[in-house]
Ligand binder design. Structure first.
Ligand SMILES: Nc1ncnc2c1ncn2[C@@H]1O[C@H](COP(=O)(O)OP(=O)(O)O)[C@@H](O)[C@H]1O
Ligand SMILES: [Mg+2]
Length: 403
């Protein structure tokens, strides 16, 4: 009968849809198809030298021959040796131990150094936040940093990419860590929600659709005087020491969750794309971000960031309009812009609904030029971020050379 619909009906639709989606997800992603079961690609000695360790190729080769007890890699057809990332990290540790790599360039934190907490922040969707988070996390992890990716987007696309699906698998998510005490349930400690991923050195605190509940609950808690700014920071404090870098992926909307991440962060990366409308919305975003920060400073005046950098994303220098806007942005934002742009490239764009971070694609599937172009871009950005991490630690001779 018309006009007799109430909340029960809506709830019924929600339950029906939820069940159907779960079923669908289970069918589409049968456990056999999970990427986590597939091994990551292996790396050549050239890549180990250039990308991971930062040492001249010939020097590395001679150490591989002379140092005792190192992983020996695998000989591939064509007389080419490859190594798993775990083996490369073992070699890296051995090289530091043997004094073959300069002291002070270790990716891991030395006593007294803080974990870098990087917020990838822009309230606009589609500016490659999640793409940057995934790619930079992987490059830093490959270079020996222990990385925690903290997914604050209810859409959880970065968690999906790392094959951690809290909602589907019914395991705790960042929501369960952040949530408030209630009559029948309470928050869980962060270490219970952290999941290892198939990528060595990367763990994830998965996102969840339940993060939307956190908004509602925080509004209620704040109304009764419970402070929330420090919430994420406090929850992460017990596990921080296990990581060198924590990267926060954020949703494309303002939320309490984002504000608490602004408070927790020690550095900010703001991705932006080179379209006129994007630049206009950037202005509005910066205004909002500044007032968010000001409201935090009102409560905690000593809140400061180690760095704030902008990065141009999905950039096509062959497009004259984008070229012009990029030089306008560079002129206006100056040194605050990373020198390297994230070039638009089909090599790392979504394929079949999954992101393709650079270190997971097979270079042989692309022309040399296509691969080198996007590799230079992704690695260049990650190294500039690494430089900021090292500068914040107060290291002088920071980033290891990349040939
Ligand atoms: N450098 C790039 N080249 C081509 N496509 C990209 C690039 N970076 C991101 N994309 C695509 O743009 C879309 C939005 O990226 P995403 O990282 O999800 O943005 P956000 O997290 O800011 O919403 C995705 O389909 C992604 O594959
Ligand atoms: Mg995203």
């Amino acid at each position: 009968m018309a006009g007799k619909i109430n909340s029960d009906d809506l709830e019924r639709y929600s339950i029906r849809l939820g069940d159907a989606l779960d079923e669908q997800m289970r069918r589409v992603m049968s456990p056999d198809d999970r990427k986590s079961d597939k091994p990551l690609r292996r790396f050549s000695i050239r890549e180990m030298a250039d990308l991971c360790i930062g040492m001249k190729y010939n020097t590395l080769r001679s150490h591989l021959k002379t140092l005792k007890g190192l992983p020996s890699g695998r000989m591939e057809p064509g007389n080419k040796k490859t190594y798993a990332l775990e083996e490369i990290h073992e070699i890296q540790r051995a090289l530091f131990q043997a004094g073959k790599l300069p002291d002070g360039t270790q990716p891991w934190r030395l006593p007294g150094e803080e974990t870098a907490k990087i917020l990838v922040y822009n309230l606009k969707g589609g500016v490659a936040k999640s793409t940057l988070v995934a790619n930079c996390a992987e490059v830093l992890a490959a270079r020996g940093y222990r990385v925690l990716v903290c997914d604050l987007d209810p859409q959880a696309s970065v968690s999906d990419l790392f094959d951690v699906r809290a909602d589907l698998d019914n395991v705790p998510s960042i929501y369960d860590v952040l949530r408030y005490e209630s009559a029948d349930d309470g928050p869980v400690p962060a270490h219970q929600a952290i999941a290892a991923t198939y990528f060595p050195n990367i763990d994830i605190l998965p996102g969840s659709i339940a993060l939307t509940e956190f908004e509602y609950e925080t509004a209620q808690a704040a109304a009764s005087g419970v402070p929330f700014y420090q919430r994420l920071q406090e929850k992460l404090a017990p596990i921080e020491d296990s990581y060198d870098v924590i990267i926060f992926d954020t949703p494309p909307h303002m939320s309490f969750c984002v504000i608490t991440a602004v408070y927790a962060a020690s550095g900010m990366i703001i991705p932006l794309s080179a379209g006129m409308l994007d630049v206009v919305s950037l202005e509005k975003f910066l205004e909002l971000a500044s007032s968010t920060l000001r409201s935090i400073e009102n409560v905690v005046p000593e809140k400061k960031f180690d760095f704030l950098r902008f990065v141009l994303t999905r950039y096509q220098p062959s497009d004259p309009a984008q070229l012009q806007l990029s030089s306008f942005l560079r002129h206006t934002l100056g040194e605050a812009m990373l020198r390297t742009d994230l070039l638009s490239s089909t090599a790392i764009a979504d394929a079949g609904n999954t992101m393709n971070p650079l270190l997971e694609v097979d270079p042989s599937e692309f022309t040399r030029k296509t691969y080198d172009r996007i590799a230079e871009s992704v690695i260049g950005i990650s190294l500039e971020i690494e430089q900021e991490i090292m500068a914040a630690r107060g290291r002088k001779s920071s980033v290891r050379e990349v040939a």
